[in-house]
Design a protein around this ligand. Sequence first.
Ligand code: UDX
Length: 442
Amino acid sequence: MKICVIGAGYVGLVAALSFAKYKNDVICVDKDVNKVNQLNKGIPTIYEEGLEPLLKKCLEKKYILFTNNIRTAISLSDVIMITVGTPTNPDWSVDISQVIDAANEISISIDKYKVIIIKSTVPVGTHETVKNIFINRGVNENNFDVVSNPEFLREGRALNDFLNGDRMVIGSNSKKAIRIINKIYGPFKTKIIYTNPPTAELIKYASNALLATKISFINEMANLCSKVDANIETLSYGLGLDKRISKEFLNAGIGYGGSCFPKDTKALVNIGEKYGCEFNIVRSTIKVNENQRLKPVEILLDHYNKIEGKTIAILGLTFKPGTDDIRDAPSLYIIDELLSMGAKIKCYDPTVSKEMETLFPNITYCNSIIETVKDSHCAIICTELDEFYKMDLKIIAENMKKPVLIDGRNIIRMKKAKKSGFSHYYSIGNGSFEINDSTIHK
Ligand code: UDX
């Protein structure tokens, strides 16, 4: 099968390589010439486990090619997958301009029957919008079908999710298109749900909004646990044993970030409004998360009279482990707030990106945990990286000015922190302590 993937971003690259892995002829198109050149040389443009060897192998076998020549790529392909970005506007509406641009380009080059798959996360009705672009631009209705086929990829596990995810959703009323799609997804071990396009378009938003809601709910429970000496970890475990609830997404912490949850929750509220449907639960989920990601700042304000002049060590910048993605990461909001209060920031993340240095040019980027905590008043764990689980807490405490630890991801045992010489330890609903021993403070 000849497949053209439009947009070599996160989803596009993962999709293109997954199809190439199964020996389809894949052409992946991107406007960015530098990106195209880099990918054709076998150098990944994002960090994702398993991506680099797969990219190299598929290029070597000539199963994949990257280009910026969209028209040729479309005319050579049987299936065209749109995987461009759909950012959320400040008013929470979804910007589908890149999907529309892609549809316009496709309409120019349709010369025989092609299946157009919308993989980008789009508001309900976009399938119809794309179809109308083709019709209004004079494309013969027998020459295309538009299919809604959202993705559910988790960063860090995206290749595995694409090939062996929990489910694949195909929204189409055309038997011909479904036959072709079944062929390309045939080798993947995924349960397929067939439905109409509006249902397919909504499943994606519903899934992300519900997962985000679980996180905000457990974070509110954690905040209560902190006040009444209850333990959120045991509470989550107890909840998760109920199969109707499931244990997934019940880890309390400083909230969710990333490229999907923040934008898709807002988009769902906006989409609902257009149809007169209030999404009050999702609105609250967003509000809870906005407060939760600043929890460490709230703790610090309670702890110190004044944050000005304090040196704060930020451990972990990405929105979760296994990625170099800092989009909407809680760490960004914490750093921003602390800087506005006059704190000095030192930070450490082994995957720290140029993007981060552009966003915050006036903070200190360190190369190790020890360098980061050295002479700082407080350390805040923002991402649950493997090396933070393993770090020697005694050495960390010894190197700090005032050994205060805020564990934003609940990865350090309270007892262990106590034994290691910290004067104060705060978690998110997992306990805290304060040692009134003046010898601890240097
Ligand atoms: C998510 C969805 O899982 C995926 O299906 C969708 O396609 C894209 O959005 P991703 O953004 O990669 O994937 O990350 P995910 O692992 O879901 O975590 C999202 C955020 O929630 C992270 O910031 C993570 O730290 C936070 N989280 C997750 C919690 O705070 N607690 C949890 O229990 C789980």
